[in-house]
Design a protein around this ligand. Sequence first.
Ligand code: FES
Ligand SMILES: [Fe+2]
Length: 377
Amino acid sequence: MPQTHETWRQRLGLIPADHYYREDILSAEIERVFARSWLCVGFVQDLAQPNDFLTFQVGPHSIVVQNCEGVLRAFRNVCSHRFARIQCTRSGNRPLTCPYHGWTYDAAGRPAGIPLNRQNFEFNDADKDALALKAYALETVGHFVFVRMNAEGPDLKTFLGSFYDDLAHVSEACPDRFEHEVLDWSVNWKLGMDNAAEGYHLPMVHSGSFSLILSTDLTLSTDAGHSRYTGKLRDRSRKWWDNVARAIELERGDLYPEYASFLIFPNIIVTFSYGAFLTFQTFEPTGTDSLRLTTTGWLGKNNGRAARDMVADSLRGFTKQVRDEDRDICQVTQAGMRDAPPERPPLLGAMEDRIAEFQRTYMRLMTPTPPAERDMP
Ligand code: FES
Ligand SMILES: [Fe+2]
């Protein structure tokens, strides 16, 4: 059947260009997308000791995750007294004590210790209960600590669907973290996700690096609004890994022996190669045109000898090169996005089908149900 001259319209995505820089859109995303979703805020290894903490930014909101005598808790990082931030660094080890007047919070978020309470406030236990920090839902799977800001919602397992078991598997298969970087890009968070979601750009942007690793023939599967690519490593890459495996006695997981990549909505990208090399990335929005990328690299169990450090060095060099190439092309695209027709979504080919899936999930959450539809029987 002859195609109409409007065929190109069928390849339009759903998210208009202006959603990549508008302030009001970012505010709506924080409330409708991020507050409702389980977000990975960090790693259990970094919260193992009492008083270990980390903070995580969701737009204007700061979340503190604190090890309270062995139990992980998540709170709004705002003191109940006069609203100072309580933990002021990205991570560390210190009690949940406000730096301003020294109010100290317990595992329930109650200000259990108030300096000079008798002279100054005379707060009793009921007052302290009422002044507890706002708590958020927290669950872990494998290495990963997840928080949900909204009080109501599905548990983590329901939210992740089959990716729950995938995250447990890759954690088990890759216990050896060799890289942990936090980077700021001048890019809208969705652009970071779009770029990580597709392999179409590999030959152009990563001609010297990534295109040697991966076959472009990927199989897509989706579940619970998230998506998964599975595919084969190129022979050259498989041989490199076989040599590494011999040299450092690398153990491999059996579920994804070649290559898998998970896009976990809204902002996680996982890649898993050879059943023994994991990268885990989160894209936090820090402004309309800025994101914070947290990226970690993990290896399968190995003998821990000197060769392991050489392998880790070479993987760090490789992931840094790929990341820098991605940052540069994303920043170029962010500039173009601001100059594009505001209402027009991007064009998405078959090799960008994972972006289309991301955009469907996004629009479902971002579009409020019209009152007329809500009232229908
Ligand atoms: S603002 Fe936190 S103790 Fe005063
Ligand atoms: Fe890339």
